[in-house]
Design a protein around this ligand. Structure first.
Ligand code: DX5
Ligand code: ZN
Length: 224
């Protein structure tokens, strides 16, 4: 079954701890934290202090997505703040192989995120060094955007590339009860979702339940 990672970007920051606890109690598998610096992406969000606050509210793993330039400068800070996995953008790393090693040195699982224009083949020479691949299905920077359907082809290519390896494939951006099925069928193992969980009209638990239901239906359809 696919893991569900609520992205707190869409949460009510005024009651962040309570929202994180609610997502955890509703069955979230991990919490996704979107860090933006206003340089790699045209938006600024949160830093290590917020990761620490989330870590204090949750016992499930924290998946930190760094949409920042020079991510190597901040790995230790995020690890010390409670990150369990850290993903850096391949487009932000001149020395990706080195950075992946540095993420592991600070005690985290090493992730790489790919912008929509970056091909799966860009990971070929580091495929044995990654624990997580984040396939961006929107251009990073903002929540609430639409899923880019063409990314399912990249997901399929990556699923074949990681066959037999212990690598998670995340899908990030525009995931909802309609789009989760194609992402899963194409090989995603972790669905990251912000808007459809934290802005769900019936609340966070209903948002997670809707996603799970859609995912279960997709599995049943794939098997039939
Ligand atoms: C986008 C972020 C995503 C985003 C997902 O730059 O990486 O994690 O918060 O939000 P939704 O689910 O609203 O697309
Ligand atoms: Zn993200």
């Amino acid at each position: 079954m696919i893991k569900i990672a609520p992205s707190i970007l869409a949460a009510d920051f005024g009651r962040l701890g309570a929202e994180v606890t609610c997502a955890q109690e509703a069955g979230a598998d991990l919490i996704h934290v979107d860090v933006m610096d206003g340089r790699f992406v045209p938006n600024i969000t949160m830093g290590p202090a917020v990761v620490e606050a989330v870590a204090n509210a949750a016992t499930i793993p924290l998946d930190v997505h760094l949409m920042i330039v020079e991510p190597d400068r901040f790995l230790r800070r995020f690890a010390d703040s409670g990150a369990d996995s850290i993903s850096v953008h391949i487009e932000a790393c001149t020395h990706l192989h080195r950075v992946l090693g540095q993420i592991k040195e600070v005690g985290c699982r090493a992730g790489v995120a790919l912008n929509p224009h970056t091909p799966a083949s860009a990971l070929q020479e580091v495929i044995d060094d990654v624990d997580i691949i984040n396939v961006m299905t929107v251009n990073p920077g903002f929540g609430g955007q639409s899923f880019i359907t063409g990314m399912t082809r990249k997901l399929r290519t990556l699923r074949a590339m990681v066959a037999g390896r212990d690598v998670e494939i995340e899908v990030d951006g525009g995931i909802n009860a309609e789009t989760i099925a194609s992402a899963m069928s194409a090989g995603a193992t972790i669905a990251i979702a912000g808007t459809c969980i934290f802005q769900h009209e019936k609340g966070i638990a209903a948002g997670i339940a809707d996603l799970r239901r859609a995912a279960e239906l997709a599995i049943a359809n794939d098997e039939s």
